[in-house]
Every structure is written in structure tokens, then in C-alpha cells.
Ligand binder design. Structure first.
Ligand code: PLP
Length: 371
């Protein structure tokens, strides 16, 4: 995936450098306000990555050692790791075979008296069914952290997915649609959560470094609890502000390319492209296709054929419970997760992709699976 970065971002970063204020400062504050508004949340707390956003989110929600946190195995491994950072135990739940997301049924199947929280993922940009999942967690008294790392520009019913989230964690890694190099954000409507996360990202200090510098009088800070250094720099935020303006056209272009793939691939037996669920709109950050037994070659063979044709596709989304890092978590079979992870692949979609480039991908797939 090629990020859409240009002269404007380079100039914004240079301006931050010339201003002399390179660490967390006014540009971070501005980026937080603009991003939170874009995703429909009252507060944004910028951090160093999507992973640190997930960690802070779990701390804010009060998840602790001894708690169980339900997570989808079908996700980038950082989702499950976040539970371990607070000393909790990740419990892997299966996903819907079509959307790749947790459902009330898959969560309910793994609840125990120790379950304290759920981390839902809008996988690859496909929105999870928020009403159903938020309703389940509210009914059961479970905290809900939304891993929105892939979800900038994703819509649930008539709103951005961040709207109404207890806590949502976003990533600005270059694989996502909006990038600051590395970076992340936690959004929430809860002013107390936001204030605590602001402190925690900055060593637990009760006065931010920016406020201390801005003050004309000496300010004596106190350290209220054990925090972290999870700050974003003003250089990153300057880039993020430019990227945020490109988000809507980026998503529109993704959706155009996705519609073209969907049209061209519709008649191939045994191959099912990802689509919008009835309740929302994906940003098509990842355009995956799932293969079933009617498709003439295996997923790995198809990856090879594509690579021979000069097309760089990637394997489908990983399954964390199959990785050595989680071999000690006893997990029952997760049929939909394993099927999606082993039998799907992600086709190229990137900024500036031409119809001709896309046609080359389609030609390989049709050559194998067409009539
Ligand atoms: C990318 C990603 C993360 C991690 O974000 P980083 O910014 O790379 O730390 C977490 N969860 C999901 C679902 C992701 O796709």
C-alpha cells in the first residue's frame, strides 16, 4: 500500500521544524480537535501509535490483571497484545464469516464471570455491527474498546464509526488510510477518560509540557500515577492535519476501485469479494477476497500466480491464536476465523492505481477462475 503523501505534507512538517516546537504542542492539540470532530467524538487524545492507543484505552476503562478481555483472533496481533499490557488475559472469539467482525453470538460463547471488557475491531475497514455489540456490552456491564485502527472514514448507519464509542483507538501507521508516519489517537465522549489519558500519555503529569511552556509563571507539576511516554510530535500532527483533509477523497477513490473490482470479479466461481454490510460503509482499506473449494487453486498458489504476474497481493488477515505468542492460550477451534485467515487474500488498492493496473489483477483471477 502506497500512502498518499505529497509536497503539502512535506511543507507542513518543515514548518513545524522551523517553528522550533517539534514535540507535542499546538499542532497536536489542533489535530486532536479536528480528528475528533471528523469521527464524531467529543475528545481526541493523540498518541504515538494505534498500539499505545489501545493500551491507554484499556487503562482508562479500568481493565486490570486477572480480568478477561474478549478479542477477535482475526486481527493484527496488537489487538490481543493490548490486553496483556494491562495484565489481563485475552480470550479469542470467532467472527462473522462475511464481515470478519465479532458478533453478539461469538462474544456470548466465550463470556465467563471474569470477562471485564470486549475489544471489537472494524476489520480492514468493514464496520462491526455497533448497535448490537454496544447493546450486548451495556446489558452485561462490560467495557467496550473499539479498535478503529483501520476505520478512518468508515460509516455505521448515518454516522462515522467513532460516534457514540465509549473509547475508540485509531492508528496512523502508513498502512492505514490516514498516516502520520507512526501515530495514533484515542477518542471518547467522556471528559474524565480524556483527561486521564492525556495525563497517562505524559508520564502521569498533572500539567502538560505544552501548558508548562505556555505559562508565564513557574509551574510545579505533580505525577499523579505511573504513566507512559506515548506522546505524538508536532511534526507528525502537522502531517496529520494535511492528511485529514485528504481523507474524504481517499475513501471515495477506494470505494470507486472497490466497486470496479466487485463488478469485474462477480462471475468468478468460488471467489467472494468483501462488500459493505447492510448497516454501513467500509473505507476498503483492505480489499480482501475469500476463496472456497470451487476456486481452482489454493490461496497460496494464487498468491504465487499473482506475484509471477507482477501483482503484489498479501495473505488475508492473520489469526492471533495460531501464532506462537499465543500458543499458551487454550482456544477452541474458531472456524470462521481460520477459514478467513487461511483462504482469503488482500488485492492491491492504492492511491493513484490506474484502471490498467487493476485490469492486470483482474485478468489473472479471471484466467484461473473464469469460465
Ligand atoms: C494497524 C493496527 C493496529 C496497530 O496500530 P499501530 O499504529 O501499527 O500500532 C492495531 N489494530 C489493528 C486492527 C490494526 O490494523
Amino acid at each position: 500500500m502506497i500512502p498518499w503523501l505529497g509536497e503539502e505534507e512535506a511543507e507542513a512538517a518543515a514548518e513545524a521544524v522551523r517553528s522550533g516546537w517539534v514535540a507535542q504542542g499546538p499542532r497536536v492539540a489542533e489535530f486532536e480537535r479536528a480528528f475528533a470532530a471528523e469521527v464524531g467524538a467529543a475528545h481526541g487524545v493523540a498518541v504515538s501509535s494505534g498500539t499505545t492507543a489501545l493500551h491507554l484505552g484499556l487503562v482508562a476503562l479500568g481493565v486490570k490483571a486477572g480480568d478477561e478481555v474478549v478479542v477477535p483472533s482475526l486481527s493484527f496481533i496488537a489487538t490481543a497484545n493490548a490486553a496483556r499490557y494491562v495484565g489481563a488475559t485475552p480470550v479469542f472469539a470467532d467472527v462473522d464469516p462475511v464481515t470478519g467482525n465479532l458478533t453478539p453470538e461469538t462474544i456470548t460463547a466465550v463470556l465467563t464471570p471474569r470477562t471485564r471488557a470486549v475489544i471489537l475491531v472494524h476489520q480492514g475497514g468493514v464496520p462491526a455491527d455497533l448497535d448490537a455489540l454496544r447493546g450486548l456490552c451495556a446489558d452485561r456491564g462490560l467495557a467496550l474498546l473499539e479498535d478503529a485502527a483501520c476505520a478512518a472514514g468508515v460509516r455505521y448507519r448515518d454516522q462515522p464509526v467513532g460516534a457514540g464509542a465509549q473509547v475508540a483507538a485509531w492508528s496512523f501507521h502508513p498502512r492505514k488510510l490516514l498516516t502520520t508516519g507512526e501515530g495514533g489517537m484515542v477518542t471518547t465522549d467522556d471528559a474524565e477518560f480524556a483527561a486521564r489519558m492525556r495525563r497517562l500519555r505524559e508520564h502521569g503529569m498533572n500539567v502538560s509540557a505544552a501548558d508548562r511552556h505556555a505559562s508565564t509563571k513557574p509551574v510545579l507539576e505533580a505525577y499523579l500515577e505511573t504513566g507512559f511516554n506515548y506522546r505524538m510530535t508536532d511534526i507528525q500532527a502537522a502531517v496529520g492535519l494535511v492528511q485529514l483533509r485528504k481523507l474524504a477523497p481517499t475513501v471515495a477513490e477506494r470505494r470507486r476501485l472497490a466497486a470496479r473490482y466487485q463488478r469485474e470479479l462477480a462471475d468468478i466461481k468460488g471467489l467472494t469479494p468483501v462488500t459493505d454490510p447492510e448497516y454501513g460503509q467500509t473505507n476498503y482499506q483492505s480489499f480482501w477476497v475469500h476463496l472456497d473449494e470451487r476456486f481452482p487453486v489454493t490461496r497460496d498458489d494464487l498468491l504465487l500466480r499473482l506475484s509471477d504476474a507482477g501483482v503484489s497481493a498479501r495473505r488475508g488477515i492473520m489469526a492471533a491464536h495460531l501464532e506462537p505468542a499465543y500458543a499458551d492460550v487454550s482456544t477452541p477451534r474458531l472456524p470462521a476465523t481460520e477459514d478467513l485467515s487461511l483462504n482469503s487474500l488482500i488485492l492491491p488498492v492504492f492511491h493513484g492505481m490506474t484502471d490498467g493496473q487493476q485490469d492486470r489483477v483482474v485478468a489473472v483471477l479471471k484466467g484461473l477462475g473464469g469460465d
